[in-house]
Design a protein around this ligand. Sequence first.
Ligand SMILES: [Zn+2]
Ligand SMILES: [Zn+2]
Length: 178
Amino acid sequence: MKLRVDEISETAKEVEFSQPGEEVNRILAQGPLSEWRLNSPISVALSYYRAATEIFFQGQVSAHAVAKCGRCAEDFEGAYAREVRFVLVPAAMGAPGETRLSAEDLEFSVYQGEEIDLGPLIREQVLLALPTRPLCRDECRGLCPGCGANLNFERCGCSHVISAPRINLGRLLKTEGR
Ligand SMILES: [Zn+2]
Ligand SMILES: [Zn+2]
């Protein structure tokens, strides 16, 4: 999605569009979030306006993503959304952050030329929307370290007696055997 800079006015405008997820998936595959893959286009709803040379954006990005759960190793799908708020300043104004407010919790970026390509900005926001550790749900019980049973679906005999007492017992028997 591209916006012409000279068509952005001081009156806020709304825009809704969807952006293909392929490019995000390429980035995901190479980075620390390689567990994740988008399986839907990215939905974007933004309102934007100009104040002097700065262009303010506010809205939401969302997408569906699949991953293997970090606890139970099951594949799952989730919907992930992020409220976004960022400001674009002309590149000619110098690096953002130096002279400008860092007090506000706004993300700054720069624009250059006649058009603003929202694609890279949206991709960055989607990557931020994904949790670093994929979990099928917060309360996922994971796999039993003893027998590998998925504790979300089944109970197993060993899950609560594994660990210290059992190891101590083994050591004790060995000592007695000498
Ligand atoms: Zn899980
Ligand atoms: Zn078990």
